[in-house]
Design a protein around this ligand. Structure first.
Ligand SMILES: [Fe+2]
Ligand SMILES: [Fe+2]
Length: 276
């Protein structure tokens, strides 16, 4: 029996181990690509009941962000901590992209919507594998350090609101990745660690696409419902995202991903203070 895409998504979400989760994610993404290319069995979208929290490995221990120990950025320990944090974000992202597929199956969307999120899930799986490889080269592994709890919060908060999910996850959280990744690449340039540089450069390039898919489907839904995208974005981010957006922004990459400055600047603390 062929699984539906929604069942595949739930299967990934229910897999705890990082390697097993990303293996399954890549396998299902390939099955979907084969089907869409006319080279594999038909896969229905279907509907499913995704868990509120995806399964995760016993390690890393999940701590509140303020309890995660800070390490000196210029040290080996600091670089390992940075890569460990990236691996955690990537594993979370694998689940986020499958979750949007599983959770909103009742909202009719064009096939391209599924193509895009399956592609993202496949890329995040590869990002996790790449970063795990870098950690191993430095004598560490994913699970060796504690990681941020609360990274699933955005998914929980927007579990019933597809437009809110698109606003907060790709258009705020993943867009934030575009702002901070060049700085991270510099950390590994200074340390002359080419494998980490290469991994982060792949991540940086592919994440532009993830933000762009968010913006594309956000605008699609706004257009279908005849609502103003900029006003809707501001309302949804204020409702579901906890805190202000933090400049500096990577305006160039954000523009490339289809997010104009008047979407994010009004949501910064600085502007609220300047223009009370
Ligand atoms: Fe990623
Ligand atoms: Fe991403």
């Amino acid at each position: 029996m062929t699984l539906t895409l929604a069942q595949m998504a739930v299967d990934v979400l229910q897999t705890a181990d990082g390697q097993a989760k990303t293996d399954l994610s890549r396998k299902y993404a390939k099955a979907w690509r084969d089907f869409r290319a006319g080279e594999g069995p038909n896969i229905e979208i279907g509907t499913a009941a995704p868990p509120m929290h995806p399964k995760r490995p016993d390690k890393p221990e999940l701590l509140s962000p303020r309890d995660v120990p800070r390490r000196r950025p210029g040290s080996d320990a600091g670089r390992i901590a940075l890569l460990h944090a990236v691996a955690h974000i990537e594993l979370n992202a694998v689940d986020l992209h499958w979750d949007i597929i599983a959770r909103f199956g009742h909202v009719p969307m064009p096939m391209g919507f599924y193509d895009d999120w399956v592609k993202c899930a496949e890329e995040e799986s590869r990002h996790f594998n790449l970063v795990c490889g870098c950690l191993e080269d430095l004598g560490s592994f994913y699970g060796a350090l504690p990681a941020h709890a609360g990274m699933w919060r955005a998914a929980e908060d927007t579990a019933e609101d597809l437009l809110g999910r698109l606003a907060v996850v790709p258009m705020v959280l993943e867009a934030r990745g575009l702002d901070v990744t060049p700085g991270m690449i510099n950390v590994f340039r200074s340390a002359k660690l080419p494998k980490a540089i290469e991994a982060l450069e792949i991540i940086y390039a592919e994440e532009v696409g993830h933000v762009a898919y968010g913006s594309k489907w956000f605008h699609f839904l706004c257009g279908r419902d005849n609502i103003d995208p900029k006003d809707a974005f501001h309302d949804l981010v204020r409702r579901y995202f906890h805190g202000a957006l933090k400049p500096p922004f990577n305006e160039e990459k954000r523009a490339e991903a289809g997010i104009p400055p008047d979407f994010y600047w009004p949501l910064t603390e600085a502007l609220e203070k300047e223009n009370p």
